[in-house]
Write a new protein. Structure first.
Length: 174
């Protein structure tokens, strides 16, 4: 698919595929706007979380972003180099570190949040407020259903394998 997939090409696709393509379009639109300010799109989720609750642990940030700890560590190192955050050890537990915004990181909120709002405004252009509200409710219901499915007791053996585990599984299948 091209970066500008026509909606008519998607009308018969599965709902999951339409949501994925739509999310990519949202992501791309935000990425372009953030790049104009020299901010990597991969830092957006972490900055957003810290603007809402500064002083999260690296684990909390990983959970909030929905990514593995090594990915978060890599992003935080880059964000430190750019002067957006500082990491400090927690008193009594040197292994645990909390992440705090610097003045520069905090100042980005006023510049970047309007860009995200702009992306949302572009996405809902021409839709009624009622349609946007209904879409929001439907997406939240889909999320609730998927989260409930993941939490079912009989799903204990279903989990996303690490990249290393997946490689081993694929090697054994050969």
């Amino acid at each position: 698919m091209t970066s500008t997939t026509k909606t008519t090409d998607l009308r018969r696709e599965r709902l999951a595929h339409i949501v994925k393509v739509t999310m990519r379009a949202f992501h791309r639109a935000l990425q372009v706007r953030l790049a104009e300010h020299g901010v990597a799109v991969g830092h957006w989720t972490y900055l957003r979380a810290l603007w809402q609750s500064d002083g999260l642990t690296q684990r909390e940030l990983s959970d909030e972003a929905g990514v593995a700890a090594p990915t978060t560590l890599s992003a935080l190192r880059a964000m430190e180099r750019r002067g957006y955050v500082v990491r400090r050890s927690v008193e009594g537990d040197r292994r645990k570190r909390k992440v705090f915004l610097t003045a520069r990181g905090r100042a980005l909120e006023a510049k970047l949040v309007p860009l995200a709002k702009d992306v949302n405004a572009v996405a809902v252009r021409g839709l009624s407020a009622a349609d946007v509200a209904k879409t929001r409710l439907i997406l939240l219901a889909l999320l609730d259903n998927l989260n409930a499915d993941a939490a079912r007791p009989d799903n204990g053996s279903r989990r996303v394998p690490s990249t290393r585990e997946l490689g081993r599984l694929l090697d054994r299948a050969k």
